[in-house]
Design a protein around this ligand. Structure first.
Ligand code: HEM
Length: 230
């Protein structure tokens, strides 16, 4: 009797997932405590003065995490930084189909590599907003007294606009995660071949030659074929 063969594809290693979820925690902490600082009707969530301290603690973690990611995943960090700023013809073709993709129709779209063009734009935008929100936040924290009447509002504006960008990108990111059922990539680290074929056909093609040869087992036990990330 032929045994069931399950193929799953490794997409994110535990260290990548760990930093990602710590990042989610810090962004949410910064958003809630930041809104409490910014908008008086929400000042009740400043928890009697703890809010500003939490904002600073969250900010230190938030700024440290990309460095932790780079230390723990040096190769993946290099690849990620190159990928998110590299766009080819297929990326532009994919972006033209974005309205359909937004509505949940990914079938028939130009084949994408490890990241689709939307993910590249999301990650690049998050990276750039990370730099501006961090620099303006540091200026507001340590240079407030010396910024003067011109630079203080500029830094405050830059900080708020950058965090607004992070929030818009965050909402889009979570929306597509659920529309395309991508959550297992960041919870288990693995995706199904169907998901990979639909979203990242070129990536799947690059990985497949490296896949271990599929042997037909003699037993009825399901066999898992794990295709490792390139
Ligand atoms: C509840 C909130 C979130 C959920 C459910 C979520 C979900 C996911 C999933 C499923 C992936 C993998 C997609 C794939 O490539 O197959 C991913 C990757 C990623 N997410 Fe999130 N995410 C969340 C919040 C955030 C936030 C707040 C940020 C940054 C501000 C962020 C930044 C990223 C980045 C940069 C990657 C790529 C990671 C890498 O290449 O190692 N995510 N997320």
């Amino acid at each position: 009797m032929t045994a069931a063969v399950e193929t799953r594809i490794l997409r994110y290693r535990p260290r990548q997932r760990l930093v990602h979820w710590l990042g989610v925690g810090t962004v949410l902490t910064l958003l809630v405590t930041g809104l409490a600082l910014l908008w008086p009707p929400l000042s009740f969530i400043a928890w009697g003065g703890v809010g500003p301290t939490l904002h600073r603690v969250g900010a230190v973690l938030f700024m440290a995490l990309p460095f932790a990611y780079a230390l723990l995943n040096p190769r993946q960090t290099r690849e990620l930084l190159v990928e998110i700023f590299t766009y080819d013809r297929e990326d532009w073709a994919w972006l033209k189909h974005f309205p359909g993709y937004f509505l949940g129709h990914a079938a028939g779209l130009p084949p994408q590599g490890r990241l689709n063009a939307g993910q590249k734009l999301h990650h690049a935008g998050t990276f750039l907003a990370f730099i501006t929100v961090s620099l303006s936040g540091l200026a507001l924290w340590f240079l407030k007294g010396s910024l003067g009447a011109t630079w203080l509002p500029v830094m405050a504006m830059l900080h708020d606009v950058s965090m607004l960008a992070v929030t818009v990108l965050f909402v889009g990111h979570v929306y597509f995660t659920f529309v395309y059922d991508a959550l297992p990539a960041m919870t288990t680290g693995y995706v199904s071949p169907e998901y990979a074929r639909l979203e990242h056909a070129r990536w799947l093609e690059e990985l497949t030659p490296a896949a271990p040869a599929v042997e037909t087992p003699e037993t009825d036990e399901p066999t898992e074929i794990v295709v490792q990330q390139a």
